[in-house]
Ligand binder design. Structure first.
Ligand code: URA
Length: 267
């Protein structure tokens, strides 16, 4: 299978990060005799001295050497939200980190029954380090209040934890790069209900094709790698509702459905 430059760069960035995190020690322990792993035992100093972009052309990059698996192994070892957050703080494989002020991890109550997933931080979130604290966050708070929820009774995160420059929509590569972190985040919170807010979050979690208007308001079960199944709904993003207030009636339908679902959780 061919890899495009962006995929190659992501893989190499992940490798660089894993080496900085000391993956050789972990790999050596487990795979003393693996010839594939031998090929990636690059001297840490050597790699940091070399331009990673130049390395793209020289690194032995075998299909069978699946660096995503190494990344996944590291993510799976994060057994608490704090560990996951620290792991993300150390992750240098996503270019968005370079232009953002800080990591925006989450807000709200991690013991909540409902977890809300947005797209990515905007300017205010980037400044405060908290998701949904700008204009769309204010509308989100009003929407939640309409069904008696607030930041103490919901848990909120984003697909992408760093603000994309100029608030652009994160691209598919960025979403797929950060998705394993998001899925682990969901596993650790283990909410009873997931709400994907807007197109990016809905595509990331529900793998939907096409516009959000076709998919919103429909409950679908998503199955996590730990076999947990979570009823999930896509709904309209508050930023979209600020631009298209006549669509608020659709969001209200979704909110009522969420309220009903929460009421029946213990049936
Ligand atoms: N939009 C999002 O999707 N998330 C935020 O945190 C802020 C705005």
């Amino acid at each position: 299978m061919e890899k495009n430059n962006s995929e190659l760069y992501q893989l190499i960035s992940k490798l660089d990060w894993q080496i900085n995190m000391g993956v050789e020690a972990m790999v050596e322990e487990k795979n003393n005799n693996s010839p594939d792993i031998e090929k990636v035992k690059i001297n840490k100093g050597e790699l940091s001295k070399l331009d990673i972009y130049q390395k793209m052309n020289t690194l032995p990059l075998q299909e069978e050497l699946d660096l995503s698996k190494i990344l996944q192994q590291g993510i799976d070892k994060c057994l608490t939200l704090e560990k996951l957050k620290n792991y993300m703080l150390d992750f240098d494989g996503c270019d968005l980190k370079k232009t953002a002020t800080q990591l925006v991890f989450s807000d709200g109550n991690p013991k909540s029954n409902i977890m809300i997933i947005g797209e990515a931080p905007g300017a205010e979130e980037d400044r405060q380090g908290k998701p949904f604290c700008g204009a769309s966050g204010k509308l989100l708070d009003k929407m939640l209040a309409s069904i008696n929820l607030d930041r103490k009774t919901v848990y909120i995160t984003n697909v992408i934890p760093w603000r994309p420059p100029g608030n652009r929509t994160p691209n598919e590569n960025e979403i797929s790069l950060m998705k394993p972190f998001l899925m682990r985040h969901i596993e650790l919170v283990a909410p009873k209900i997931l709400l994907a807010v807007g197109g990016s979050a809905s595509k990331a979690i529900l793998d939907i094709e096409g516009g959000i208007l076709r998919h919103r308001g429909i409950w679908k079960d998503i199955r996590l790698s730990n076999s947990l199944t979570i009823p999930t709904m896509a709904t309209l993003h508050p930023a979209y509702l600020l631009r298209a207030p006549n669509q608020k009636k659709l969001a209200w339908e979704d909110l009522k459905s969420i309220r009903t679902k929460l009421q029946h959780l213990n049936d």
